[in-house]
Design a protein around this ligand. Structure first.
Ligand code: AMP
Ligand code: GLY
Length: 424
């Protein structure tokens, strides 16, 4: 089997490392890939959002199976376009990808099918949205752009002035273009946040081990929201009792709801959950693997990722063995100083071997390139230093020990990944 993985970040690197273990996979191509991925797969320079270019490449290069990993090509219909050419792909079609690409769609689905989530209203007029927030007079207020906004479309306003600024940014200044034509204004939820990724073929849903992201840039959850500064798995907050409840109240009802709406979901469905005092509630759905959740979840998979992906695509997921290692995983992201705002690229990275790896850990490359045999920084999030351990403490110790020896000028990372999960 020759497999094409679409994307070029740490998540894609984790998918590729796991696919390499499959006995069915002979060759892996990644588009566009990155410096570190090039040690594990052939990288071809096609943008992840170039649907036509990607389909043509797959057709002309004997690709047997495609894994469409990022959100935007899914929303653009890359899976639909591949299937039209007879190439099977892992990931939802454009209609099903709306569960992430339109928050208005996702919230409407949850309301219609009684899936627990924050109460909300939808607005296409910033003045009406602000009047509603003023009337509610309950802060923080949560304002979300309807469409995809590079993970930056959720604004949490502590008072009326911040709410007005958030609405202006999304709806008037159109910071994220048409993504801000409509907004969802919703209730602020409190509790530990947990990510549960699940494989589904539209019939059965098989949750993966739970994980916990750390979204703010700085220690103690301070600083700006980022794509994710580190993850641990499994989350100790996600007990068996909560997992059973999520299955009955959230996971199965979501799969059923998508079927009833005529858009069965196949691929990886990501449930972003808040474990509130009134029970688990959905904060967001993503139509894909999380980044950097995948970097801690897939290393714990005891199973053949290719077989699982193929079964999601052809509707046989009930028959595939999937087990999880009884270990813990931790991933610490090394980012460029200044991320998620302005940062400089092109610094040489020290501490990596010629395959971009290091002793005792797995290094997932997010934003790197390879020049004259050397790895250099090439993005905001640069590396995900990942380790497994018998327990979370051991996994964290191994990751942080390696973080001390791998780095670059102006590197920034969080020192408290996993601290809350350890109860500290
Ligand atoms: P998203 O971009 O949808 O992943 O949201 C970013 C982050 O905003 C989430 O991971 C939560 O931490 C936070 N968030 C989103 N919605 C809510 C909510 N209703 N209450 C509290 N926090 C929220
Ligand atoms: N880590 C959050 C996400 O992938 O959306």
């Amino acid at each position: 089997m020759k497999v094409l993985v679409v994307g070029g970040g740490g998540r894609e690197h984790a998918v590729i490392r796991k696919l390499k273990e499959s006995k069915h996979v002979d060759a892996i191509v990644c588009a566009p890939g990155n410096g570190g991925i090039s040690a594990d797969a052939e990288c071809v320079n096609i943008k992840a959002t170039d649907v036509e270019g990607m389909v043509n490449y797959a057709v002309n290069n004997g690709i047997d199976f495609v894994c469409v990993t990022p959100d935007d090509p899914l929303a653009l219909g890359m899976v639909d376009a591949l299937e039209a050419k007879g190439i099977p792909a892992f990931g939802p079609d454009a209609k099903a990808a709306r569960i992430e690409a339109s928050k208005v769609f996702a919230k409407g689905l949850m309301k219609k099918y009684g899936i627990p989530t924050a109460s909300y209203e939808v607005f296409d007029d910033p003045e009406k949205a602000l009047a509603y927030i003023k009337e509610k007079n309950s802060y923080p207020a949560v304002v979300k752009a309807d469409g995809l906004a590079l993970g930056k479309g959720v604004l949490i306003a502590r008072d009326e002035a911040e709410a007005a600024a958030a609405l202006k940014e999304l709806m008037v200044d159109k910071q994220f273009g048409n993504a801000g034509n409509e907004v969802v204004v919703e209730e602020f939820l409190e509790g530990p946040e947990v990510s549960v990724l699940a494989f589904t073929d539209g019939k059965v849903v098989r949750p993966m081990v739970s994980s916990m992201d750390h979204k703010r840039a700085d220690d103690n959850d301070e600083g700006l929201n980022t794509g994710g500064m580190g993850t641990i798995a499994p989350s100790p907050f996600y007990t068996q009792e909560i997992a059973d409840r999520c299955m009955q109240e959230i996971f199965l009802p979501t799969i059923k709801a998508m079927n009833e709406e005529g858009c069965p979901f196949r691929g990886c469905l990501y449930f972003g959950l808040m474990l509130t005092k009134d029970g688990p509630k959905v904060i967001e759905y993503n139509s894909r693997f999380g980044d950097p959740e995948t970097q801690v979840v897939l290393p714990l998979l005891d199973g053949d990722l290719f077989e699982i992906m193929k079964a999601c695509e052809n509707g046989t997921l009930a028959d595939v063995p999937i087990a999880w290692k009884k270990e813990a995983a931790a991933c610490v992201i090394e980012a460029s100083g200044g991320y998620p705002e302005h940062y400089v690229k092109g610094y040489e990275i020290h501490g990596l071997n010629e395959d971009g790896q290091a002793e005792g850990v797995t290094v997932y490359h997010s934003g790197t390139k390879k020049e004259n045999g050397k790895y250099c920084t090439n993005g905001g999030r640069v590396l995900g230093i990942t380790a497994l351990g018998r327990d979370l403490q051991e996994a964290l110790q191994k990751s942080y020990k390696a973080v001390e020896t791998i780095g670059f000028e102006n590197m920034h990372y969080r020192h408290d990944i996993g601290r809350k999960a350890l109860g500290k």
